[in-house]
Design a protein around this ligand. Structure first.
Ligand SMILES: [Zn+2]
Length: 171
């Protein structure tokens, strides 16, 4: 018999152990604070969101613009230093209709996560949600525009954009 197929040590729990409350569970809510280093690119991107701007980077070699910004072009394998202000419009590249929220509860009104290609960018998916839209009216290529949180409520977070809504075509 292979070592991997041997019975593990210990005694497995049985359903009656739970019913007889021989197994205890304790809810532990730690009180912790933490900070997170965003890095150069995402830090600048989040600052831009707080100011109501979408900021991307452009590779000096291939001229590709991406958002969220990166400091390295994975096409050219070169560092990227050019920052560009982008419009808050784009098209839906793909989307999903979800009747389950991010905390796994069931929803009557679905959320619509989408990958959005911001105008001016190339193959740079921007993950967000679609609002003010019925799922059946959406399709790949639907034009969308950001709906921003009030400026006093922005805090340098992706949620500074509340959602993207279908927009009129303006070439
Ligand atoms: Zn490049």
């Amino acid at each position: 018999m292979s070592k991997h197929l041997q019975k593990p040590p210990g005694v497995p729990l049985r359903e009656e152990d739970f019913e007889a409350q021989r197994v205890l569970s304790v809810m532990y809510r730690p009180k912790m604070r933490y900070s997170w280093a965003t890095g150069v690119a995402i830090g600048r991107f989040l600052k831009g969101l707080r100011a109501g701007k979408i900021i991307g980077t452009q590779c000096a070699h291939c001229r590709r613009i991406v958002v969220p910004p990166r400091v390295f072009c994975e096409w050219c394998f070169r560092p990227v230093n050019d920052w560009v202000d982008l419009p808050d419009t784009g098209i839906i590249n793909t989307f999903s209709v979800s009747y389950i929220s991010t905390d796994t509860t069931k929803l009557k009104t679905p959320i619509i996560p989408a990958v959005i290609e911001i105008d001016g960018t190339t193959h740079a998916g921007f993950l967000h949600v679609i609002g003010e839209a019925k799922p059946e009216t959406l399709k790949i290529g639907t034009r969308v525009k950001a709906v921003w949180a009030e400026s006093t409520k922005r805090r340098g977070s992706i949620t500074d954009i509340r959602y993207f809504k279908p927009a009129e075509w303006k070439p």
